[in-house]
Design a protein around this ligand. Structure first.
Ligand SMILES: Nc1nc2c(ncn2[C@@H]2O[C@H](COP(=O)(O)OP(=O)(O)OP(=O)(O)O)[C@@H](O)[C@H]2O)c(=O)[nH]1
Ligand SMILES: [Mg+2]
Length: 642
């Protein structure tokens, strides 16, 4: 299936899940099972799913054909070469293409914004800081013209370029303009493009990067944007093979962003048409492509299967001219198939896992509670049917028994309330230990130390200290967590042993993942810092930006830990609380029934009929939930949860 169709199917699938989750939300409200906390979790999930985007990032040295490939893959039907692509350096600023329903535009952030200590993420939230050009999406030529801004450059004195962190001594020497007074720099730092293209409307987001060491000068790009893309497409040119600078970029920016699993990565060997040799013919062509792939796979250390030979130029032309034969020759479809089969499938899997972890967990609880309630009602009914109510002695005995049971139960509930108070105190400690204030305090101190330290070494020490402190903070939280976990387990066990409550395996809060992530961030930062192409002089703007990015990421990890701790402490006891409430209600209704029956003999049949009538809505509630689970497509996952 083509990428276009697969993406469409994917977004429909996502829409179905959204609808099912929304049905579940309504179901909870309908049966009085909603609590503010779960509602929050559900709404967050719905929000996340509705804003889900599939991001494909294109990165490579300049002139490998990234932009041409994007044009060929996604925008050929405009009939023009939509994004500017030409020999030499073309794209000058990282460009994001997506659809935002507020309109069709290109927004450009000026290069001088690098001097400010504001992250790209923050800039994106304030459109007024950007220069906007409106796009006429009915006119590809108007758009094409507007996109010329992506290649805008200007000359500035060397000092200015240096201040902006865009002057690279080594690179200048390589290119032979070390003595120049003026340096050419991009006019824009970043571009955002929104227009209602069908693929973009379905949630595709494309990130085109300039080969002009953008990855080395914009740490946020390498450390935030690339890792969060679903796939990175690294482009090589068949005629040059893997050059030294390709390899350098690959090592310091691409393989880092993909982690060790190399998940969501494709290497495109572009410009295969340039290997055509009339004398060698078709067979020779195939052979030279194959051997180029083999060499590249070895140099990059990736599987051959991840390298896709393509001619973007032929593909674009073929699509515009509807020339099937040429399209075949371009071999673009191999790459398209990989993007749709592998990348989209993987994305689907990840989303499904998130849905199962958050919503599936809630649904499972609901299912267990509903089933238990239904079964208990039936049991009670069967029991009543057997009782000889004519026998007043026996009825009185039954009533006394039930009353005793009620009293014993109430004592237990009181105990539960006491344990719950202890739990609340501990959970509060856990949540507070990870609070924003505690973390910002540590960060503020590091920032102060950093502005004082005059060497990169000093700065590195500071950042190491910061990460160590955050690690310790998490370690302290572990101790509190363990106490809290023990308590939760004990509470559950008591009710299971004494009342046969179905054990709801309490979700236990774990902190390891966050510690691991922190370490990862630190290491990636170090890798970036040591990448040779980056100008890392003391206090240079790039070092500052790097550390801001690292701090931002660390802060994000801890904020997540804090939020998860909060969610956990608010929700971990709620299924048990529901069970306790239900059980209490059951004993009460049994007593009430016995009282009524012993009062008037005629009403026995009536009361039994009443009990039967109560069961019908429970059955309905259960059936509805089952239907929702089917629509959510999480049946088998729930079976595993038990
Ligand atoms: N022969 C041949 N040339 C190609 C192919 N793809 C792109 N080119 C040419 O290579 C040059 C560079 O292409 P771009 O798409 O601008 O390359 P880029 O990787 O985006 O480069 P920057 O934007 O500078 O980073 C252009 O002149 C393209 O026409 C191809 O498949 N075959
Ligand atoms: Mg380009």
């Amino acid at each position: 299936m083509e990428f276009k169709e697969q993406l469409h199917e994917y977004s429909q699938w996502r829409e179905e899940i959204v609808q099912a989750i929304d049905m579940y939300r309504e179901w909870r409200i309908r049966y009085g099972l909603n609590d503010p906390h779960s509602t929050d979790t559900i709404l967050n999930m719905l929000n996340g799913l509705s804003n889900d985007r599939v991001t494909l990032a294109f990165a490579a040295e300049f002139s490998r054909g990234k932009t041409e490939l994007i044009n060929a893959l996604f925008f050929a039907e405009t009939g023009v070469r939509l994004l500017p692509s030409s020999p030499g350096r073309t794209t000058m600023c990282p460009t994001e293409l997506f659809y935002d329903d507020s309109g069709s535009y290109i927004r450009l952030l000026n290069i001088e914004s690098r001097l400010e200590d504001i992250s790209l993420i923050e800039y994106k939230e304030s459109p007024e800081r950007w220069t906007q050009i409106d796009l006429d999406c009915n006119s590809p030529t108007q758009m094409q013209k507007a996109f010329q801004e992506l290649i805008a450059v200007k000359k500035v004195p060397k000092e200015q370029a240096d201040k902006l962190g865009l002057w690279n001594e080594r690179e200048a020497a390589e290119l032979g303009y070390l003595d120049a007074e003026e340096v050419e720099i991009p006019c824009w730092r970043h571009a955002l493009i929104s227009f209602p293209h069908p693929l973009l409307k379905e949630g595709l987001c494309i990130l085109d990067t300039p080969g002009l060491n953008a990855l080395g000068t914009e740490p946020e790009l390498t450390l935030n944007m690339l890792p969060s893309a679903q796939a990175i497409i690294f482009v090589l040119a068949a005629d040059t093979g893997v050059t030294k600078s390709d390899l350098e970029m690959w090592r310091s920016h691409i393989s880092v962003a993909r982690g060790s699993g190399k998940q969501g990565l494709a290497v495109v060997m572009n410009k295969i048409d340039s290997m055509w040799d009339d004398l060698a013919g078709e067979e020779g062509y195939d052979r030279s492509i194959e051997s180029q792939i083999e060499t590249s796979a070895e140099v990059l250390g990736v599987d051959k299967k991840l390298i896709f030979p393509v001619s973007a130029k032929q593909a674009l032309l073929a699509k515009i001219k509807s020339d099937d034969e040429l399209l075949q020759r371009s071999r673009l479809q191999g790459l398209e198939r990989y993007l749709s089969d592998d990348i989209l499938m993987h994305r689907r899997q990840i989303l499904m896992e998130t849905v199962i972890r958050t919503i599936g967990f809630l649904v499972n609880e609901s299912l267990n509670l509903t089933e238990a309630k239904y079964k208990n009602s039936i049991k009670q009914l069967e029991e009543f049917k057997k009782v000889d109510f004519e026998n007043t002695d026996m009825t009185a005995k039954l009533m006394a028994e039930t009353r005793d049971r009620q009293n014993a139960y109430m004592t237990n509930v009181e105990n539960f309330q006491a344990s719950r108070r202890v739990f609340s105190v501990q959970a509060k400690m856990l949540v507070e230990s990870l609070s924003q204030d505690a973390i910002d305090d540590i960060i503020r101190r590091t920032r102060e130390d950093m502005s004082k330290s005059l060497t990169t070494y000093g700065m590195k020490q500071n950042i190491r200290n910061l990460f160590d402190e955050l690690r310790d903070l998490l370690q302290d939280a572990v101790d509190t967590t363990n106490e809290t976990r023990r308590l939760v387990k004990a509470i559950h066990k008591k009710f299971r042993d004494e009342y046969g409550f179905k054990e709801i395996e309490p979700h236990l809060f774990s902190i390891k993942q966050y510690q691991f992530e922190l370490e990862q961030i630190f290491e990636e930062g170090e890798m970036f810092r040591s990448s040779t192409k980056t100008t890392m002089t003391e206090q240079s703007i790039v070092v500052k930006k790097l550390y801001s990015t690292l701090i931002y990421k660390a802060r994000e990890v801890l904020a997540r830990a804090h939020k998860d701790a909060m969610t956990w402490s608010h929700s971990v006891l709620s299924p048990l609380m529901h069970q306790i409430k239900d059980h209490k209600k059951q004993i009460e209704s049994r007593l009430q029934m016995l009282r009524k029956i012993s009062g008037s003999k005629e009403s026995i049949a009536e009361n039994i009929a009443g009990l039967e009538a109560e069961i019908a809505p429970l059955k309905q509630q259960h059936a509805e939930l089952k239907m929702i689970i089917r629509t959510m497509k999480i049946e088998s996952a729930l079976k595993k949860m038990g």
